[in-house]
Write a protein that binds this ligand. Structure first.
Ligand code: NAD
Length: 485
């Protein structure tokens, strides 16, 4: 793949099945648009049910040999994949910017993060532990071991076109599974472009198959009802996650669900203000707010709220917005018009309910889906953005006085992905972290994502964990042998 002059030369646009790029069986294609220019970027093959069947056949065949390889052999392939992706950061970052709209720094950050899952799971592949012990009563041996769970269907969103896929592919391959991945229709190109690198790294044909499609419900549902499939791993909205959980119930598939978030940030009076400003900027503006981990509600102690609002407004206003392909741009385009309209709707609603616009607040005129960095103060508890994911560059500030009250407000949501706490009093900070009903907490940090840590949410933010030691277990079946000899 080369992207010269930001052109799409050599970027694959067909389905990837059994190690080959191939037209869809019905010949259908769909458009992928550059969100910064609204120009057509590519037309991509749209998979149908016969293509899903071909991918399942290929995956079934490939998995037999792959699962029989030693963990070390699998590990070497994964490590090579990390090296290859890491050596081509710029190319992949450009492609992500072209199809997703995010700026260069965000795109480079994503490619590094995406590649790192291959390195981490190369290291985990050789550490799948087990257990041999004596049964206390019978004296039989209890032997516990982990085996590859079976074929995995992976469904990913548009906000991280590379990383949401590699966070699933790498642990699945480490565990010995074969996969079929359905990337989001907005951003299928990056995942397709990764396939030649995986081939070069030694991933055999059929082990990883990519099925873009613009009718995901039928294609995914068909695969989830194929008896060869054993795992469904999904990242996306809670609404779609619920549908896939229902479909997974028919064959009792292992579900891994990384769903929506509504992250609260709590800035205590005793917080180091520089740390809090840096942390909130990162938690809000990484990926221009289009992240499940994005700071959605910012609760600031009333004694420091004015100073905090002034400083965060200065920082947000100083960001440069524009086509992310320009290296000087900090904030790129949102992925599509509906995301832009949703973000704008949240701002209008908050203002109607009494919020003050400190900066930003209106979409940019002209081509592209641009919404400027925006700060809202005095956001009321009944504003929609307090209850739903904003998924855009809007800091929504509320104030609090009482610790118990802010914990209650932070927990008052069906989501439970991530929360952020800023305080210099470690005793208080740890107490608050432990009271938060969230799968992850950032303490004096605006970034929790790390391939070496178990990423995931509680409540309606998901089931299971990705990354860390736990990530590979999602693709493994525990087998217990009761033995005497
Ligand atoms: P989405 O749920 O609309 O789509 C996600 C994927 O599911 C896409 O590939 C889409 O084509 C597919 N899909 C849609 N309907 C389907 C159906 N009926 N059957 C099968 N597949 C279907 O989400 P999105 O808009 O692409 O992404 C944004 C959402 O993802 C946000 O809610 C965000 O919080 C969430 N997200 C969560 C995490 C996490 O790790 N928890 C990470 C990134 C994004």
């Amino acid at each position: 793949m080369t992207i010269q002059q930001h052109s799409m030369n050599n970027v694959p646009t067909d389905l990837y099945i059994d190690g080959h790029f191939t037209e869809a069986s019905g010949g259908a294609r769909f458009d992928v648009v550059n969100p910064a220019t609204e120009e057509l970027l590519a037309t991509v093959a749209s998979a149908e049910i016969p293509d899903a069947d071909a991918a399942l056949d290929a995956a079934e065949k490939a998995m037999v040999k792959w699962a029989a390889k030693t963990p070390r052999e699998r590990s070497e392939v994964l490590r090579k994949a990390w090296e290859l992706i890491d050596s081509r950061l710029e190319e992949f970052a450009q492609l992500i910017t072209l199809e997703n709209g995010k700026g260069r720094a965000d795109a480079i950050g994503e490619v590094r993060y995406a590649a790192e899952f291959f390195r981490w799971f190369a290291e985990e592949a050789v550490r799948a532990d087990g257990l041999v012990t004596h049964a206390p009563a019978s004296g039989a041996r209890i032997i516990v071991q982990h085996k590859p769970a079976g074929l995995a269907v992976l469904v990913t969103p548009w906000n991280y076109p590379a990383a949401m896929g590699t966070r699933k592919i790498a642990p699945a391959l480490a565990a010995g599974c074969a996969v079929i991945i359905k990337p989001a229709a907005e951003t299928p190109l990056t995942m397709l472009a990764l396939m030649p690198l995986l081939e070069e790294a030694g991933v055999p044909p059929g082990l990883v198959n990519v099925l873009p499609t613009n009718h995901p419900a039928e294609v995914v549902d068909h695969m989830l009802h194929d008896p060869r499939v054993r795992v469904v791993s999904f990242t996306g909205s809670t609404a779609v996650g619920r549908k896939l959980l229902k479909a997974a119930a028919d064959q009792v598939l292992t579900p891994a669900m990384e769903l929506g978030g509504n992250a609260p940030v709590i800035v205590f009076e005793d917080a180091d203000m520089d740390t809090a400003i840096e942390g909130v900027m990162l938690a809000k503006m990484r990926n221009l707010g289009e992240a499940c981990t994005a700071a959605n509600r910012v609760y600031v102690h009333k004694n420091v709220a004015e100073a905090f609002t002034k400083r965060i407004t200065e920082r947000m206003s100083a960001l440069k917005i524009g086509n992310g392909i320009d290296p000087d741009v900090d904030v790129g385009a949102l992925v599509n018009l509906s995301t832009l309209e949703k973000v704008e709707g949240f701002v209008h609603d908050a203002v109607e309910k009494g919020a003050k616009v400190e900066c930003g607040g209106r979409r940019l005129e002209g081509k592209g889906f641009f919404f400027p960095p925006t700060v809202l103060s005095n956001v009321s508890e009944d504003a929609d953005c307090v209850h739903d994911e904003i998924f855009g560059p809007v800091v929504a500030i509320q104030t609090f006085e009482d610790q118990e009250d802010v914990i209650r407000r932070a927990n008052d949501t069906e989501y439970g992905l991530v929360a952020y706490v800023f305080s210099s009093d470690m005793r208080r900070a740890m107490h608050v972290c432990e009271r938060l009903d969230y799968g992850m907490v950032g303490l004096n940090r605006g970034l929790v994502s790390d391939p070496a840590a178990p990423f995931g949410g509680s409540k309606q933010s998901g089931l299971g964990r990705e990354g860390g030691h736990e990530g590979m277990l999602e693709f493994m079946e525990t087998q217990y042998i009761s033995a005497t000899w």
